[in-house]
Design a protein around this ligand. Sequence first.
Ligand code: BGC
Length: 838
Amino acid sequence: MSLDTATQPPAADDQDLTALAAQLPLEDKVRLVVGAGLWSTIALPEVGLRAIQVSDGPAGVRGVSEDGVETSASFPAPSALAATWDVELADEVGALFAAEARRHGVDVVLAPQVNIQRTPVGGRHFECYSEDPHLTSEIAVHVVRAAQDRGVGMCVKHFVANDSETQRTSYVSRVDERTLREVYLQPFERLVHDAHAWSVMGAYSGVDDGTLAAPVLEHRPLLTGVLKDEWGFDGVVVSDWVATKSVEGAVEGGLDLQMPGPDGPWGDGLLDAVRAGRVDQAAIDEKVVRVLRLARRVGALAGSDPAGSHRAAGTLPDAREVLRRLVARSMVVLRDEAGAWPVAQHGPATIALVGPNAVDPFVQGGGSAYVRPDRRSTVEEGLAEAFPGATITVRPGAVSRLHPPRLDLLARCAAPDGSRGALVEVLAADGTVLAAEVVTDWSGWLREPQADAAAVRIRAEIRLDEPGRHEVGVGTVGAHRLVVDGQELSTSTHRVGAEVILDSSVNQPAPVVLALDVTEPRVVALDATVQAVHPVGYASFARAELVHRVPATPAEELLADAVAAARDAELAVVVVGTNEEIESEGYDRTSLALPGTQDALVRAVLAANPRTVVVVNAGAPVVLPWLDEAPTVVWGWLGGQEWPEALGDVLAGRTEPAGRLPWTLPADEADVPVPHAVPVDGVIDYAEGVHVGYRGWLRLGRTPAAPFGHGLGWTTWRYDEADARTTPSGDVLVDVTVTNTGARAGREVVQVYVEPPADDAGDPPADRPVRWLGSFAVVHAEPGARTTARVRVDARALRTWDPVRSGWVVPAGTYRLRAGRSSSDLRLDLDVTVAGAS
Ligand code: BGC
């Protein structure tokens, strides 16, 4: 049995690339390993090289145009894809990434994110796939392979152990070698070996693996030793944005491309370092060859077609159809009292649609994963399509936001020239206007103004029509002056740099808000000047959030209104969840509770109407204290642009919600094995070792609200029998026969878990997890039908890292394979005896 994941085959015509690199002047070589701007490398037309365009990822392809109006297909946040456990859907998502990349002129998508959901409070939890490395790997391998087969590169991120956001540019993850190998490196290893990933992004954070504590980009043993030398990764290691901190250290460490550029440590100092002999030119040549190889793969080098694009040209996917099916399938039925749902056949005449997220659904998390969606629709529209003829009453029912939401520029604002929107002027230090435009959508980011930009001035008249108390304001960081209706709200002379986007202590501006009592419609003037930031190597931008809250109805009134609507309706649908104040890049969560008064809303609606379905619109776990009281609860994810319609499909029973949790749902925050991610003296200690996620829960003997792998769907299943045989290569093929015992067609995710052989004393071995996911397969069956799932448990699923010998071993003995519906609902057991290998 071979335990090692072999290396990539050497590229056939690398000699050409080496020859091409050799003919470039040193200056060009250095420019080639530094970004040309925010999202591209340089072009060298004289050798037939055009710029390589990159773009975020991982919930769509945002695009790089500066017009502020470019829209993209907005995918569900990645954990929803993982919740399908469906590698064929992952293939479709990979193909969609490729199609979207082509549409936006992008060569490499900065995705997927294969960090592990180590703690539920992690700010970027929603961007990751799972708390389990195998599920993460399977999904990611299919996404990356499908995209790259179509000639679009994927930049897999963030290598490695970059699993939380607090102090995100500086913390060091202390992880022992075995844990790194078995958990955190595993998806990257699989992506190099099984998907031949063309690019990997090195994280902001550092790793202390017991041999070296260093920023990842300077961690030669990991970046060069493991990734490149041991696994044979022949692609490009890209820095996370502005993560490069050194010249020699990062060159030595294994970084190939500093992003962005053209300045920053490498832009300012790499050429000098080579000339002065501090950096060996051969090291630069090697990086140049890697960049050229990527260029060839994506078709950016003259004479090269995008790799594989001929193989998988095919027809373009219908993005809306794929996304709608994907997100509907991903939804997880957490609870369904017998016969309560779906309600299609009952055809409710009246529906009360209540909850803050029913009014304002949260369909993508905050931070760099954001795309401007191609389309937006309301939950009401989604339900109206699913239940034609039903009367739908919509009520917010609860307060869930701490701060006023983003100001609707299009609906409420007029620029000084009378057009809709806000006037944005880029100012030089002496106040000269360098550029001006009217914007109608404000994400807090501005485009790249010229280098002498010092400030950004935003002016608008804001219409306040509704009587009552309005709140209007601006959230910003650093130097600014804010004037609303002639009244100076706030001013600061503090200047900020790169930390404005990187440091969670500054990048979450609490807005300065003016409360205005409005008795009759009026217009207020907003005039805000904020510093244009020129962080190292980064384009300038202003960090400011324009906010506005319409007169707030007291929470009790909202609740009473929603309860009355629920009582009067045949059916109540409560949509509760998080928002970008809670789930975002840049900071971790401080609580797992649903924000605001949402728990009270759910309880009150349940009391008012027994025919209630609760939908949780969140990416990462939230504690649901009313879970056992609710007849039907569906986990809806951050579903992207097609979410409202997909929710209608699920509630009307048109699409089976076949999702299974890719993480553990805690019942109580106090039970969570890794409850926070706050570095102590700059270090995050991964003391739980390999016992991550459900493995930690099992080891501690704690019972969650719903275990990893849980999900009911709209039908029921019986596990009939299982059978296993071992292939010559050591894989175990497990055939699991199941019967759909319900009245509806359905999809079952058959999961096979592995339990290790007992130790010499006959006890479970203390150092291995109680059980872990071996593999899984998805099957479909009509009501009453029996079907067999073929689950291939790869030989690699049994191995463990031996730190003494620095290699993989499979301990000999009898492994128990347990097939079932979740990590805790195990229906059939099989014992497999393995000779062992090392
Ligand atoms: C994020 C990356 C992202 C990059 C470019 C960074 O701050 O960590 O995930 O790809 O920005 O937007």
